[in-house]
Ligand binder design. Structure first.
Ligand code: IVH
Length: 673
């Protein structure tokens, strides 16, 4: 039995990993997502029943789950060097000329590759199995991030074909723009600081402690370097083909060229074509193809002489940094913003640019008074990408990051592992208080008509509101006496506030502005916890039961409701008549036939959908359970029920009902009867 199960598990693993490869590497899926999910489900179930067969290489592990408190470091056998780079065609011709001179002939080829804008990674395989993934770090030693890297769907953790027993491959981990946009949108909804670009998001993902969180950040990978000790391979092109034959993902855009003019064609093509890629590239890497030639050319202290990066020019402007301001968001996050001498760039005048956080200022070593380069990337706000040191006049003092809140003077805090500083004075720091109320009245939240961001500021300035609940105590007389407030507007405002008491519970939850609780999460919470009281008393484990709610969100909710001031505010809002329960109609009871019965639904049904069958279980008094255990009373089995489940039900002697038998049992023929 055990040997059979083992075989079954191995087979599923092998098939699933093959399908992952076809989907993510070859982009040629051969089965439907549904079929894939079914197989994966079956594997997960079998692995759950047989923990003795656990294997970190299993495709089931692509969802992560390992926690790394601290990453170990690892010394690279060969340092991870950087590349010399250039923006000019002339310098590229010089590079070619140097090669010609040093080799003494023109019989050499170049391989041109895209320069992926991500993070370099080194992967170590032993006997075809991934044993270690190490970041570049300082080039000499990096962090071991194997568990996180394993979650990358495009990465084969078990190679196939004629791989050498021990090998190291290097490549770039990155994120596609659509995934980046989606994650940033979710962060915006939840009031979190946004990532500046896909590269930063990929970098922060790779360093997350919980690999299941990493799995939610869809990363991708291209391999572009093979370090193979036996030197059986003669050219770079061959090495790319070899890597590909072992199942590793290499870019199909790498091309072999016979002279520098052909290289220029490639550059010209990609300067335009890169705009159509779903990921960012910042240039092209030009590498000598033949390994013997590479050896002859050798290295400088920092980079190989046999390769160079040609970077695409991005439109940039150089201007003076006048001062640095700090903005405080509604969650207390501090964002430094550069005030610039106005400069014209791609159609608009730029006066301000984001500096993201203290690390970024330190990295650029940007000082007030410097001439800086501003670029418009994919981001909305332009960013500062560098300092023109030749224009630095005399001694400018290094920039000192603020240590106290620019608005309220409270000492700032920075949580471990976070780049952003926060002002902890949630209750009295003006932009936080005002920002939270502005979020509350927002169209997607309480949608209070007759009220905008400026109204909130005015009411705050006039000491009429200090939190969201105060809105509901506002009286017409208070409002109408304000400057620039006509009678009609005052009445509209009061009416708008009153009308907002009809806004549904999920949106009220979102409006509360609990950190990380965006619109979607609020809906999920409201569906599970039908009243605010139920949510307020939910424990950590209860919260984790909810779909899509992970540890971070759960912790944030608990922290929010643990504050007396928040609980008081909720009470006041409730007293003001806000919707604090889910009035989604409870399914009407039809019978008690299934009272006290735990029922597992599995497979695909003919007459009803799975959800309809589950509804029937509930309307007849039963409970739907997710997995089979000794507490299960019945299994309702449709077609294609997973064999593992079937086996388990049989083992435990649990009655297995067909769809018809089940319907007969409850005396039902259609979902509405
Ligand atoms: S080859 C000796 N090929 O660019 C260095 N690098 O500035 C060999 N990169 O650290 C690197 N795409 O992170 C190489 N097709 C590519 C690349 C690439 C992106 C990155 C890599 C490296 C940096 C060098």
């Amino acid at each position: 039995m055990s040997a059979n199960t083992r075989e079954k598990i191995d087979k599923l693993r092998q098939q699933l990993s093959e399908h992952n490869y076809k989907y993510y590497v070859l982009a040629q899926p051969s089965i439907s997502d549904y079929e894939f999910d079914k197989m994966l489900e079956e594997l997960i179930e079998l692995e759950k029943q047989h923990p003795e067969f656990a294997d970190p290489d299993s495709p089931s592990q692509k969802v992560g789950g390992t926690i790394n408190k601290h990453f170990k470091t690892f010394k690279h056998e060969f340092a991870m060097l950087s590349l010399g780079n250039t923006y000019s065609e002339e310098e590229l011709r010089d590079f070619d000329q140097r090669i010609f001179k040093q080799l003494g002939h023109r019989d050499y080829q170049y391989v041109c590759e895209l320069k992926f804008d991500g993070l370099s990674i080194s992967l170590h395989y032993e006997n075809g199995e991934l044993v270690r993934a190490v970041t570049r770090g300082d080039g000499v030693k990096g962090d071991v991030v194997t568990d996180n890297v394993r979650t990358i769907k495009a990465l084969k953790t078990k190679l196939h074909g004629d791989y050498p027993p021990s090998l190291e491959v290097r490549g770039e981990i990155f994120m596609h723009r659509p995934a980046f946009d989606r994650i940033n949108m979710e962060r915006e909804e939840a009031g979190e600081v946004l990532f500046a670009n896909p590269r930063n998001l990929a970098a922060s993902s790779l360093k997350l402690q919980d690999s299941s969180e990493v799995a939610k950040r869809p990363l991708d990978i291209y391999l572009y370097q093979l370090l193979e000790k036996n030197e059986t391979i003669g050219t770079h092109k061959e090495s790319l083909e070899k890597m590909k034959s072992w199942g590793l993902k290499v870019s199909e855009h790498s091309k072999l060229f016979h002279n520098i003019d052909e290289v220029f064609n490639y550059l010209g093509h990609w300067d335009e074509a890169r705009k159509k890629l779903t990921y960012d590239i910042d240039g092209v890497v030009i590498k000598i193809n033949n390994y013997h030639h590479r050896e002859e050319l050798g290295f400088t202290a920092k980079s190989p002489r046999w390769a160079i990066a040609y970077k695409f020019k991005t439109e940039a402007a150089c201007t003076r940094l006048m001062s640095i301001d700090y903005q405080v968001g509604r969650t207390g996050a501090i964002t430094p913003v550069a005030n610039l001498e106005p400069v014209f760039l791609l159609g608009t005048t730029v006066k301000r640019a984001s500096l993201h956080n203290a690390n970024e200022i330190a990295r650029l070593d940007v000082r007030v008074g410097d001439y800086v380069y501003v670029e418009k990337g994919g981001e909305i706000i332009p960013k500062i990408t560098g300092v023109e040191l030749s224009k630095r006049k005399g001694e400018l003092p290094p920039h000192k990051y603020i240590t106290t809140c620019p608005e309220c003077g409270t000492p700032l805090e920075r949580k471990e592992g976070e780049a952003q500083h926060y002002c902890p004075n949630e209750e009295f720091c003006r932009p936080q208080v005002v920002g939270r109320i502005q979020h509350f009245i927002h169209r997607k939240a309480m949608d209070i008509s007759g009220m905008g961001d400026e109204t909130v500021e005015m009411l705050y300035e006039n000491n009429l509101i200090r939190n969201m609940a105060d809105l509901y105590d506002l009286k017409y007389e208070d409002v109408v006496q304000l400057d620039r407030m006509a009678e009609k507007s005052a009445q509209n405002l009061i009416d708008g506030i009153k009308a907002s008491t009809q806004i549904a519970y999920p949106r009220v939850l979102f409006a509360l502005g609990i950190r990380y609780v965006g619109e979607t999460v609020a809906k999920k919470l409201a569906a599970k916890f039908k009243t605010i009281e139920a949510l307020m008393s939910a424990g950590y484990e209860d919260l984790l039961q909810v779909d899509e709610i992970g540890e971070r969100i759960a912790r944030s909710i608990i922290e929010f409701f643990s504050k007396q001031s928040h609980r008081d505010m909720v009470s006041r809002l409730k007293a003001a008549g806000l919707q604090m329960e889910n009035f989604e109609k409870e399914k009407e009871k039809v019978s008690d036939i299934l009272n006290g019965k735990n029922i597992v639904i599995s497979g695909v049904f003919n007459r009803f959908s799975r959800d309809e069958i589950k509804d029937l279980v509930e309307t007849h008094g039963g409970k739907n359970a997710g997995s089979i255990s000794s507490k299960t009373h019945y299994v309702v089995a449709g077609e294609n029920m997973g064999p593992a489940k079937l086996e388990k039900a049989k083992q435990l002697n649990i009655p297995i009902l067909s769809e018809d038998e089940f319907l007969e049992m409850i005396g039902t023929n259609s979902p509405s009867s």
